[in-house]
Write a new protein. Structure first.
Length: 137
C-alpha cells in the first residue's frame, strides 16, 4: 500500500533536517571557547591570530567572519547583565545593629526614574510667513 502524503512529507522533512547543518552549532562552539578568547584578547593577541589557531586546532570549525560576529555579540558588545557581577556579602546580625548612613541610603533608595524626553526649543532660524517691511529693504 502506498504511503499517504502526510507520511511521505514527514519522512522528507526528517531527511532534510538530518542533512541540514544546525545554525546554532557555531554559537555553541564559540560560547565553549569564549573565556579563552577573552583571555587571549586581554593578553594582546589579534582576533585573526586567535581564530587561525582555534580553527587549525579544531576548536571552532567556522569562518573568520562568523567568529568576528560572535566576538562582537558576546564579548565586545555584550549586554551588562552578562558581565561578571560581584556578589555582595550577606549582612549578618551584627550589621543590623550598626547603622551606616550610606548603606541605609543605598538600601532605601528606589531605582532612578527614567529620563523624561525633553523637547528643546529650537534655536537659530525660524520661518515667519508674514515678513517685516523693515527687513525687506
Amino acid at each position: 500500500m502506498a504511503k499517504s502524503y502526510t507520511e511521505e512529507l514527514a519522512d522528507w522533512v526528517k531527511k532534510r533536517e538530518d542533512s541540514r547543518p544546525r545554525q546554532d552549532k557555531n554559537m555553541v562552539a564559540f560560547l565553549a571557547v569564549r573565556n579563552d578568547v577573552k583571555a587571549a584578547v586581554e593578553a594582546g593577541y589579534a582576533f585573526k591570530t586567535i581564530w587561525e589557531h582555534m580553527h587549525e586546532t579544531g576548536k571552532i570549525p567556522y569562518r573568520y567572519e562568523t567568529f568576528l560576529k560572535h566576538v562582537r555579540r558576546y564579548i565586545t558588545h555584550a549586554p551588562a547583565n552578562q558581565a561578571k557581577q560581584t556578589a555582595l556579602p550577606a549582612p549578618s546580625q551584627e550589621d543590623d545593629t550598626k547603622t551606616d548612613p550610606k548603606a541605609d541610603a543605598m538600601r532605601t533608595k528606589a531605582s532612578p526614574e527614567p529620563k523624561k524626553n525633553r523637547v528643546r526649543a529650537m534655536t537659530g532660524f525660524t520661518f515667519n510667513p508674514t515678513p517685516n517691511k523693515e527687513d525687506l529693504f
